[in-house]
Design a protein. Structure first.
Length: 141
């Protein structure tokens, strides 16, 4: 399975969600049938897993982004960056089998592909802060 391809597809679906406020099954069907034919079933399972994680934990994910975004209100973030951060936070907080450094690297690469160099630094900084916050909360357990 190519998680990179799965993340790329997930990003596009999260971006649509940030605009429409819903995950449209028709969009997923079009992506699967027309654009992402190279992805196998495992990759699609991963896409659906990230969407399910986000739907289940949306408030926690967005609160985590907000609390780790210095001087940026989540409602004023560019939708591209917000979508990438949502993927990153979902993986960091709920996908223990994925090393955090891989998540950060992949999210930075998404930012370089779909946004700007400044965006990639912003994504890197916010996700590094999230990792620090997660590590701190695990130490107190």
């Amino acid at each position: 399975m190519s998680r990179r391809s799965a993340r790329d597809t997930t990003f596009r679906l999260f971006y649509e969600y940030s605009i429409n406020g819903e995950f449209n099954p028709a969009t997923m069907d079009v992506m699967r049938d027309c654009f992402d034919k190279g992805m196998n079933d495992n990759a699609w399972t991963y896409v659906h897993r990230l969407i399910d994680i986000f739907i289940t934990h949306q408030h926690t994910v967005d609160d985590t982004i907000q609390s780790n975004s210095k001087k940026w209100n989540i409602t004023h973030m560019a939708k591209v960056e917000l979508s990438i951060l949502r993927i990153g936070v979902c993986e960091i907080k709920y996908c223990e089998e994925i090393h955090e450094s891989i998540t950060v690297n992949e999210c930075v690469e998404l930012a370089k592909k779909y946004a700007s160099d400044k965006s990639s630094r912003f994504i890197n900084g916010v996700l590094a802060a999230v990792i620090g916050a997660v590590d701190t909360s695990n130490e107190s357990v």
